[in-house]
Design a protein around this ligand. Structure first.
Ligand SMILES: O=P(O)(O)OC[C@H]1O[C@H](OP(=O)(O)OP(=O)(O)O)[C@H](O)[C@@H]1O
Ligand SMILES: Nc1nc2[nH]cnc2c(=O)[nH]1
Ligand SMILES: [Mg+2]
Length: 151
């Protein structure tokens, strides 16, 4: 994918705080289930903003770098999701989201970013991203020197 949407740590915190505001009042939640690994950073920010200390994970692997493969569930939080926020960093094709919906039908499933193919599968998200654009997450990138244009 040649088009990129770069997310910085600051952006991630700002977007996720916006998501947290929409999840108020916090007292309605028993806890958070992070879809690891992408949902781990948003989950930490939501936990802090909402004062939730029960944080669990579902560990799914479906992409090897940017190549999509079979979804593999390595570990899952118990229950049907009732009273829980399930959070992932993004929804793209929606295949991870479909699996999450089957596993946690009663949860509120939210993401920070959504592409059109998966947007209808989440209860809420903050940023719309075009389908042909690759999202670069802050934990996958770094600040580096760039040579100036002049010689
Ligand atoms: O809508 P989809 O096409 O299913 O893609 C979305 C999923 O892909 C990424 O996870 P990935 O499987 O790459 O694992 P990671 O979170 O460990 O990086 C991302 O964090 C979402 O969980
Ligand atoms: N970092 C990243 N991971 C993904 N997994 C599925 N789509 C994407 C994407 O656009 N960016
Ligand atoms: Mg993921």
């Amino acid at each position: 994918m040649s088009k990129k949407f770069l997310i910085t740590w600051d952006n991630m915190q700002m977007y996720t705080r916006e998501l947290a505001e929409r999840l108020l009042p916090a007292t309605q939640w028993k806890g958070i289930i992070a879809v690891s690994r992408g949902g781990l950073v948003p989950a930490a920010i939501l936990a802090r903003e909402l004062g939730l200390r029960h944080v669990d994970t579902i560990c799914i692997a479906s992409y090897d770098h940017d190549q999509k493969g079979e979804a593999n569930i390595l570990k899952q939080a118990p229950g049907d999701g009732e009273g829980f926020i399930v959070v992932d960093d993004l929804v793209d094709t929606g295949s991870t989201a479909k699996l999450i919906r089957e596993l946690y039908p009663k949860a509120r499933f939210v993401t920070v970013c959504a592409k059109p193919a998966g947007a209808s599968l989440v209860d809420d998200y903050i940023v719309d991203i075009p389908q042909d654009t690759w999202i670069e997450q802050p934990w996958d990138t770094g600040v580096s020197f760039r040579a100036p244009l002049h010689k």
